[in-house]
Design a binder for this molecule. Structure first.
Ligand code: DX5
Ligand code: ZN
Length: 218
């Protein structure tokens, strides 16, 4: 099966963002991964609605928006308006996760849930049948360029078992420290979508790196 590759724009060159978006448009990548950070839930601030709308205006592939913000419920409609196709919220930020998921779907987006490295994937047991996407953080959220946490592999297989057990069609996405050295292993472990930021934009030939990630996981 062919796996989806989602370059993370967090590692793009913001002074030449249009060039990097065109590069992804013309590559074999499948989605744009868009990281939103608020300086509360995570100790970093990235970008917000106006940048996302501008990205959307030239992006030819879906926007996979990863919210690392407190109180995401207040902004669901606004992210739809800005152009999000997938909206993924952290388990840790949603006291009424089922309601949040319903609201994302009612707003016409695919609904995803992210889980931090310290939280067991089994916390999602009773929600996996209702969601389109589970994102496993393989670094602590907030920054690009961190080292892949090896125990994430075990979390992927446990999540895979859980999805089968619950008859869930949710895709498994992995985010953090993904590169050409671990992509094949991650595909083997059961992920469907690989997010890669610094491995793509920090490489001498980002288009070729995306192609390599695709080939390694095909
Ligand atoms: C981290 C973000 C990631 C980040 C990944 O909080 O969620 O999407 O951009 O960056 P790399 O691929 O460099 O680890
Ligand atoms: Zn992300």
């Amino acid at each position: 099966m062919s796996h989806l590759i989602a370059p993370s724009l967090l590692a793009a060159n913001f002074l030449n963002l249009a060039t990097d978006i065109e590069m992804v448009n013309n590559s074999v990548a499948d989605w744009f991964h868009v990281d939103v950070m608020d300086g509360h839930f995570v100790p970093n601030i990235s970008f917000g609605f106006s940048i996302i709308s501008q990205i959307k205006s030239i992006a030819k592939k879906p926007l996979d928006v990863h919210l690392m913000i407190a109180n995401p419920d207040s902004y669901i409609e606004a992210f739809k308006k800005a152009g999000a196709d997938n909206l993924t919220v952290h388990y840790e930020t949603c006291p009424h996760l089922h309601r949040t998921i319903q609201s994302i779907k009612e707003n016409g987006m695919k609904a995803g849930v992210v889980i931090n490295p310290h939280n067991p994937v089994e916390l999602l047991t009773d929600i996996v049948a209702d969601i389109d996407l589970v994102l496993i953080m393989s670094v602590n959220p907030g920054f690009g360029g961190q080292k892949f946490i090896q125990s994430s592999l075990n979390r992927i297989s446990r999540l895979k078992d859980l999805l089968i057990q619950k008859n869930s069609k949710a895709l498994i996405e992995i985010d953090g420290g993904v590169d050409t050295s671990n992509a094949a292993m991650l595909a083997e472990a059961g992920v469907d979508v690989l997010v890669a930021g610094s491995a793509v934009f920090g490489s001498p030939d980002p288009t070729a790196t995306i192609k390599k990630l695709k080939e390694l996981t095909s």
